[in-house]
Design a protein around this ligand. Structure first.
Ligand code: EPZ
Length: 423
């Protein structure tokens, strides 16, 4: 079991290469199931969640490999076991994304209900609502979702995919992928507009799908008879990019980030600039810096293009050092505050009030042993450790490895002092 030992405070400088987006690559790996032949993702990030999905695809019957350049190859010609086992799905929620493609390709699929996790229970009711609207017959059996397409295959429909917390990212992916091979047209109202969903839609169109309205809450999918495999380079990871922007701001440093698109980060850049960060676009990314005081700010997480919930914890770490009081409200996962208690152990002054946290800025954070919980909260604890006085020890680093490729190596290359220790 690895821990991080993080010496602080540090100053950072240099350039960080942002990886390909985990949350674009995962659904794209599911989309490879729609086509017989070899799909290639040249820049699929090399991290735990991707490895879990590789194992899942192999279990289904696909052949998965990485070439010498690190490109991910998925040959989905033969899918002889359309079953997503509990031991993989419970670790990685995105496994639910095999539902739509396998229903469309094989006409049947069995996948374990995803369990809950540190950020709350993770229902899939909207996924199932959408697939049923396409004609799928779905039942729950011993913790598994068992889905079957009608004898003539799925049939296009008009579907509303909105839920109590707005749109659903993976739910939109699932229904959109299933609809590509359905008979007739499907209209998805209240579709998720995240850049990762748009990237998947563009990839599906390159495979021969007919999807319009990409990037909007209304997607129209004309069903086709078959899709062909493609090679598709995923977009840069905007959440990783935002995490490193905060690394620059919390240490009052200046970093250059490559392979990130500020057009995907308008809400994030808006909040960082209101906090006093300087974010300048460059030809292949941006420069992020913080020179003066960290100003307080109010942040509310919302579906895209609103402020992303996956950067809520990271901004909380930054605002913990703000010169004044901030309010952070979580509208996507109301329980996504596991990092609050851990940051208070570092002398932050955070108080949960219902769906919000009142952040009373303090002058300095003090190093302490802390426990990682969910993927993004863990990254926030690393950021806090960069600014805290002393050596912060972050336990359960495996949470971070799920979504960040060797985060300590990237940060150490620009001046951080993080040691990964196997204890
Ligand atoms: C995706 O999860 C991301 N994961 C999450 O990132 C991200 O936090 C989330 O979108 C929101 O942006 C991947 O893309 C692999 P949702 P997803 O369905 O699709 C509720 C990370 O850190 N809901 O958009 O599972 C749900 O409970 C991860 O990389 C239903 O009620 O999230 C939540 O409150 C964490 N019923 C809200 O909708 C459903 O059927 C948004 O969830 C589905 C969702």
């Amino acid at each position: 079991m690895d821990i991080f030992e993080i010496d602080g405070p540090v100053k950072l400088s240099g350039t960080i290469e942002v990886a390909g987006s985990k949350n674009a690559a995962l659904p794209m790996m599911a989309a490879s199931l729609l086509a017989a032949g070899e799909t290639v993702i040249p820049n699929a990030p090399n991290l735990a969640d991707i490895h879990s999905f590789e194992s899942l695809l192999s279990q289904l019957g696909a052949r998965v490999s990485r070439d010498a350049n690190g490109a991910l190859h998925i040959d989905a010609t033969t899918i002889d076991n359309p079953v997503g086992e509990y031991d993989i799905v419970r670790k990685m929620r995105a496994s639910i994304c095999i539902l739509g493609p396998l229903l469309a390709r094989c006409g049947k699929v069995k996948v374990s209900m995803p369990g809950g996790c540190a950020i709350g229970d993770r229902p899939v009711d909207i996924h199932l609502r959408g697939l049923k609207a396409l004609g799928a017959r779905i039942r729950l059996e011993n913790g598994y979702i068992v889905a079957e397409a009608p004898p003539g295959g799925l049939v296009g429909a008009q579907i509303f995919l909105g839920g109590p917390f707005g749109s659903t990212v993976l739910g939109t992916d699932n229904v959109m992928m299933a609809a590509t091979l359905a008979k007739g047209a499907t209209v998805i109202e209240s579709a998720a507009c995240e850049p990762e969903v748009a990237d998947l839609a563009h990839c599906l169109n390159a495979m021969g799908a007919k999807i319009s309205g990409i990037g909007s809450p209304r997607l129209v999918i004309e069903g086709v008879n078959e899709l062909k495999p493609v090679s598709w380079t995923v977009i840069g990871d905007r959440i990783e990019a935002g995490t490193f922007m905060v690394a620059a701001a919390i240490t009052k440093s200046r970093l250059r980030l490559r392979n990130c698109d500020l057009n995907h980060m308008v809400a994030v850049v808006d909040r960082l600039r209101s906090i006093g960060a300087v974010i300048e676009p460059t030809e292949d990314g941006c420069e992020a810096a913080q020179y003066g005081a960290i100003c307080p700010a109010d942040i509310t997480t919302q579906p895209y293009p609103g402020f992303p919930t996956d950067l809520q914890a990271q901004l909380m770490a930054l605002l913990a050092l703000g010169e004044g009081n901030s309010v952070i409200t979580e509208k996507i996962y109301p329980d996504r505050f596991m990092h609050v208690a851990e940051m208070n152990r570092m002398a932050a002054n955070l108080r949960k009030e219902g769906p919000s946290v009142i952040v009373a800025g303090v002058e300095r954070l003090i190093a302490a042993p802390v426990m990682a919980s969910d993927l993004r909260a863990s990254a926030a604890l690393v950021l806090a450790g960069l600014a805290a006085y002393g050596t912060t020890v972050v336990h359960r680093v495996y949470h971070i490895d799920r979504g960040y490729e060797k985060i300590e190596e990237k940060l150490n290359a620009v001046g951080a002092k993080i040691r990964r220790v196997d204890v």
